[in-house]
Design a protein around this ligand. Structure first.
Ligand SMILES: [Zn+2]
Length: 280
């Protein structure tokens, strides 16, 4: 294992209520059917979510792949587990091949990749070269249309297309628990809009769409976290953070294209490129 990508697990401290499994995964029950699965020793501090009801579980993102997430899921998931990657970046597809046919957003840019029921993301969506990774080929069992609802047991979700961080980013909106699973669209720490495929005009459109849809008390669960007061916890943001991010994006769109980083609020710093400012 490359030490640059991982911290020794012995140096990781978890917030109260979290526990460690397999010397890698930090777990936290958000509620009886929602398990947050973190990788605090991985340098990107990924968080996936196991969403369960009745006989069914949905695994929202499949982790960095540096340890098998399927082992954790087999301990805590229900009889039927479906994985759903929020976008094609390598750090969300790590364990994707361990879950059989996955659910994927029915977007033209993803549909175009399908061959004989399987998808291999191209490098411009996968970005695995950052960590010397080759894109997996995996089976797609169901194409879920953005704007439409689906259920896990009795829990109802609406899939939202939220481009900005990447063109294929989607989020899950659960009205019943007033919760958005935002993946990489918004998260505490350095928000990546400096990478290939990122677009600030798309970010602005997605943010306005979310602000029009979501109630003020929405809880936003994110796919990356960071240490806070020396401890790791499930990353959560709120409605005001969407507003702050929109203000930062709008300010940048009014400026001449340039590379940089801008403080959004106490939680976030937005990294951006000139290309992301001009990319429609
Ligand atoms: Zn990403």
């Amino acid at each position: 294992m490359s030490s640059a990508l991982e911290s020794p697990i012995s140096e990781i401290r978890l917030a109260p209520g979290l526990w460690l499994e397999d010397d890698w995964y930090a777990l936290k029950w958000r509620d009886g059917g929602t398990l947050a699965i973190g990788e605090p020793a991985y340098h990107q501090c990924n968080w996936s979510y196991l969403i369960s009801d009745g006989d069914e579980s949905l695994l929202w993102d499949t982790g960095s792949g540096r340890r098998p997430i399927a082992t954790v899921v087999s301990r805590h998931g229900r009889r039927k587990v479906t994985a759903f990657p929020s976008h094609m970046h390598y750090d969300h597809l790590g364990g994707v091949r361990d879950f059989g046919p996955v659910m994927l957003a029915d977007l033209a840019c993803l549909r175009a990749l399908e061959k004989h029921g399987r998808v291999t993301p191209p490098e411009e969506l996968y970005l695995g070269a950052y960590e010397n990774l080759t894109a997996p080929r995996f089976e797609v069992g169901f194409w879920q249309r953005p704007g439409e609802t689906f259920t896990i047991g009795a829990r109802r979700f609406e899939l939202l297309h939220t481009p900005g961080h990447s063109p294929d980013s989607v989020a899950l909106w659960e009205p019943g628990r007033v919760r958005l699973y935002a993946a990489d669209f918004i998260y505490p720490g350095e928000v990546y809009a400096q990478i290939p495929g990122a677009s600030l005009p798309a970010y602005a459109r997605s943010l306005r769409q979310l602000l029009a849809l979501l109630p003020r008390d929405v809880e936003i669960l994110c796919a990356h976290g960071q240490e806070r007061a020396g401890m790791h916890d499930m990353p959560a943001l709120g409605h005001a953070d969407l507003e702050d991010l929109l203000h930062a994006v709008e300010a940048l769109l009014a400026e001449a294209p340039h590379d940089g980083a801008r403080r959004v609020n106490a939680e976030m710093e937005l990294l951006y490129s000139a290309a992301a400012i001009t990319q429609g």
